[in-house]
Structure formats: C-alpha cells, structure tokens
Write a protein that binds this ligand. Structure first.
Ligand code: 3HC
Length: 286
C-alpha cells in the first residue's frame, strides 16, 4: 500500500508536531483543524521550531523550507480528506467527536485510505464501525513532544488487517520513529500503563511526606536515568490529560489502583494544569 499523502486532524499540541514530522519525512501533509486561529498558532510554532533547528545547525535551511512547503493547512475536513492515503486523527479526546469524524471520513476519504487515531484513551474498535472500513482502522499513538519522542504505539483492534499494520509501521519508520505493535486493546496500552505506575508511586511518596516533589524528581533523573522526574513529566503532559487518562482507565478497569489521584484532581480543579497554564507541580514562566 503506497502512502504519499497524509491528513492530520487536530492542530493541538500533538497534531501539529505529528504533521510536521510527516512533512519532514517527505509526505505531502495537510493539517486540519476547525479553528483557523489554532492553525495559525500551530504554523507559527512550527516555523519557530524549524528556525531554531536551523540556527543550531541541526537542520539545513533548505530542508526546513521544503518541509514547511509540504505542510498545508485547512479548516475543511471534507476537502482535505479527499486525497489522503492515511489520516491520523488527533482531535480532542471525546468519543462522540472522534466517532463523528470517523463516520465522515468513511464517506469522504478514498476507499483505500487508512484511518488511524492518536488517542491514548479510546481504542480504535470503539470508532472503527462508524468508518465502515474497520480493517483499515487502528491506533497510532505518538508521545509528547512528538517531534522528539521515538515511540509510536501501533495498536490493532480485532479487525485491523495485517496490511494496515504493515503500512502504518512503515510510515512510522519513515518518520524516524521506533514503532511498537500492541496486539491487545488494553487501557493505557504500554507506555501510559508504565507511566501510570510510576506516577502513582511518586504521588504516594509525596503525599506521605517521604520526600519533596523536587527530591523525588531528582531521584528519578539521577538514580534511574529518566530524562524527567514524574512530576516534571506530568506538568509537561498536562495534569488535565493525566487526570483524564486516569478517569478513562478507571472506568474501563474498575481497579482501585487506577482511580484518579486526589492531588492531581485538586490541581486540575484549581486551574493548575502544568506548563501550559503556567503552574502545575512547579511554576513556569513562558
Ligand atoms: N517540542 C519540540 N521539540 C522539543 C520540545 C518540544 N516541546 N522540547 C524539547 N524539544 C527538543 C529541543 O529543541 C532539543 O532539540 P535538539 O537536541 O535538536 O536541540 C531536544 O528536544 C532536547 O531539548 P532540551 O535540551 O531543551 O531539553 P531536554 O534534553 O531535557 O529534553 C525532552 C526535553 C525531550 C522533553 C526530555 O526531557 C524528555 O524526553 N522528557 C520525557 C518526555 C516524555 O516522557 N514524553 C512522553 C509523555 S507521555 C505521552 O505523551 C503519552 C500521552 O498519551 C499522555
């Protein structure tokens, strides 16, 4: 299956960087969002990112310009999907919205087009039927920041064909990623389950007063070699996202250990969402 044109739906934190990764790998890429303002912000961020890589000598100016030239944007989902060989949906984590998008894609995307969702909480089986082409549907879960992180979890549902898995694996490799195949649609897939276990332990240590948040983070970095401590990472991902993942996991598993942690829930209630809001476990000056 030849993939040349990619449509990324949703220009938020993940979608914009996934789209840029596709453009850098040589794919004709459209970034689609319902908001023209969000698309403008995404374009400005990506141009800034490319300029800083050129300034650091990590990317040739010509390559940056070519990639940005391959990346177009649109608010029109129907028109953008018309030529796509692969759609990566990175819209908001709401089942009804994703279901509506997949139903629309089932009508307007070419019949051969693969439809992947970047969702970390919704298995593709929940929305595959709406598309009318379940064999061409899977999760393609990227990690934040998507331009940097190498992992992509390819999660197949019961009906995903081998050809679909091979095709999205091939795309992920061409993006310079190291894709992993998840054969069962379990809540949290692989990475978020491991991250959840680390976060749970870190939150319990902090709550019990065993050590400060700072010292717990330092320990994860200096004793375990993690690039960031758990609290720094939760702030990067967004405490609202962490809370939402916990809610969805708990709803699916019913296991006490998956219940959203009150420290996180309280922070979200008081608007402390991490880096994006200027404060989470740590304060940030942008
Ligand atoms: N966007 C794009 N590029 C970024 C970036 C961002 N937000 N943040 C950092 N970078 C780039 C920098 O430009 C730099 O590039 P260069 O080496 O080519 O100059 C490189 O990353 C390293 O950045 P820094 O030197 O500023 O800082 P660090 O060395 O500390 O790296 C980090 C930053 C890459 C974020 C690193 O700390 C890290 O890997 N942290 C862990 C991130 C992680 O675990 N992500 C997964 C979260 S879970 C998830 O996303 C799943 C979802 O479902 C919740």
């Amino acid at each position: 299956m030849m993939i040349e044109r990619i449509l990324v739906i949703g220009a938020g934190t993940m979608g914009r960087q996934i789209a840029m990764s596709c453009a850098l790998a040589g794919y004709a890429t459209i970034l689609q969002d319902v908001s023209a303002q969000v698309l403008r912000e995404a374009r400005a961020e990506l141009e800034g990112w490319a300029a800083s890589r050129v300034a650091k000598g990590k990317m040739a100016r010509e390559d940056a310009e070519l990639a940005l030239g391959r990346l177009s944007q649109s608010t029109d989902l129907e028109r953008s999907a018309g030529q796509a060989d692969l759609v990566i949906e990175a819209a908001v984590e709401q089942r009804e919205i994703k279901e509506r998008i997949f139903a629309q894609l089932g009508c307007v995307a070419p019949t051969h087009a693969i439809l992947a969702t970047n969702s970390s909480t919704l298995p593709s089986s929940a929305i595959a039927a709406a598309s009318g082409r379940p064999a061409l549907v899977c999760n393609m879960h990227f990690f934040n920041p998507a331009l940097v992180m190498k992992c992509v979890e390819i999660v197949r549902n019961g009906q995903t064909s081998d050809a679909t898995v091979q095709a999205v694996m091939g795309v992920a490799k061409r993006l310079g990623k190291e894709p992993v195949l998840v054969n069962k649609e379990i809540p949290g897939f692989i990475a978020n389950r491991i991250m959840g276990a680390i976060n749970r332990e870190a939150l319990e240590l902090a709550e019990a007063g065993v050590a400060s948040i700072d010292d717990i983070d330092t320990t994860a970095r200096t004793a375990l070699g993690h690039p960031m401590g758990p609290f720094e990472l939760m702030d990067l991902v967004g405490l609202d996202v962490i809370d939402f993942i916990a809610q969805m996991t708990y709803a699916q598993s019913g296991e006490e250990q998956d219940r959203p942690h009150q420290l996180i829930t309280e922070k979200v209630r008081s608007g402390k969402l991490g880096r994006k809001s200027g404060e989470g476990f740590y304060p940030y000056t942008h």
